[in-house]
Design a protein around this ligand. Structure first.
Ligand code: SF4
Length: 353
């Protein structure tokens, strides 16, 4: 808190290129900034004094100018059913965000938050129901990886921006976080192991097409026609399908990556065989794969889950059109692992007390 009041600069907000431009490093050999960047982001050093290879003078100078922040873990839940873990972080301004760790045989995937709340109000999403509160700083995003790594003492193999908030609505901070997570002297996670998931912010998709990193793009489609998408993903009114699809095509072409279309299947809403065919047509046009998601139980009493048989028929109809389709297994349902659920509970409690 004292550090926050003194307004020292948060060093985790800096990419290596930006750090090299900061005054203490300008008079130093070119490799010095990389040494510090690596000590913070790879070895999670907590202070400048203990960093090997730094003179005491430089360590003191860095300590006067920068702070190395961390996140305070307010709650850590582990699903007894499938081992999914949820971390609830209390930020320096008292807000809460979540990170979810999903463990598979070979993968340890971290689902990161990009904002506190979200302004886009998708009706089946807990983050949307909170409204938008603020963007996360780059440091708050990077710290989700560093803190989980420090707590769990293993390497994270994949990162997905599918937690709270819309990553492309906080574009600059998210792009910087991606660069730090990807950098060989930073967290050093391959670009193909990093996925940005968006509800369809077209200017952000266009910018991503130009950054020269082969990251994965996942688009929350949820409806295959504008009328229904306007309702389920309200940002569609601003960026309808005829604008969104070409932006995804451009991303795919520029990055040489296959886009994933996320589709939450909701009974009686978007789960007819005609919907499956419309979805397959869009995926075919994009050369995209489709990921079907069962609606999280109890998220909206007005809607309901599609049954197992109907889900299979929906999937098979898409598959019959030669489109790659998977059904995502829900994990961590017993620990409120869906996007923003736990933070929303904390916020409700704070407001009511
Ligand atoms: S689904 Fe994504 S874009 Fe929609 S409200 Fe939730 S966090 Fe925001």
């Amino acid at each position: 808190m004292l550090h926050y009041m003194k307004k020292e600069k948060e060093i985790l907000n800096y990419t290596l290129e930006e750090l090299k431009e900061e005054p203490p490093f300008r008079a130093e050999p070119a490799y010095r900034a990389g040494q510090v960047f690596s000590a913070i982001n790879r070895r999670t050093a907590a202070g400048f004094e203990a960093m090997p290879g730094l003179s005491q003078k430089l360590a003191r100078e860095l300590g006067k100018r920068f702070v190395i922040s961390t996140l305070s873990c307010a709650e850590h839940l582990v699903s007894p059913k499938d081992g999914t873990e949820k971390f609830l972080w209390k930020l320096k301004d008292g807000n809460h965000v979540e990170t979810v760790l999903i463990k598979g045989k070979a993968r340890k995937t971290l689902c990161l938050s990009a904002q506190v709340g979200c302004r886009f109000g998708c009706p089946f999403c807990a983050s949307g129901s909170q409204g938008f509160i603020r963007d996360l700083e780059t440091a708050e995003i990077v710290n989700q990886v560093l803190c989980v790594r420090r707590m769990k003492k293993f390497r994270i193999t994949n990162v997905v921006f599918m937690g709270m908030g819309e990553p492309l609505d906080n574009y600059d901070n998210v792009e910087k976080a991606v660069r730090i997570i990807n950098h060989p002297e930073g967290i050093d996670l391959g670009a193909r192991k990093i996925t940005i998931s968006t509800c369809g912010i077209v200017p952000g998709i266009r910018r991503l097409s130009e950054i020269g990193l082969q990251i994965e793009l996942s688009v929350s489609l949820h409806a295959a026609n504008n009328e229904l998408r306007d309702e389920l993903v309200p940002v569609n009114r601003e960026y309808p399908l005829e604008v969104l699809i070409p932006a995804c095509q451009e991303f795919s072409r520029a990055m040489g990556r296959v886009v994933t279309l996320e589709y939450t299947v909701i009974r009686g809403k978007n789960d007819s065989l005609k919907d499956a065919e419309d979805l397959a047509r869009i995926a075919g046009k994009l050369g995209a794969k489709v990921n079907l998601i069962a609606l999280a139980e109890g998220m909206d009493p007005k809607t309901d889950r599609t049954g197992h048989k109907r889900m299979q028929a929906f999937r098979d109809r898409i598959r019959s059109k030669k489109v790659t389709v998977t059904v995502r297994k829900s994990k961590g349902k017993d620990i409120l692992a869906a996007c923003g659920q736990l933070a929303a509970e904390y916020r409700r409690e704070a407001v009511s007390s």
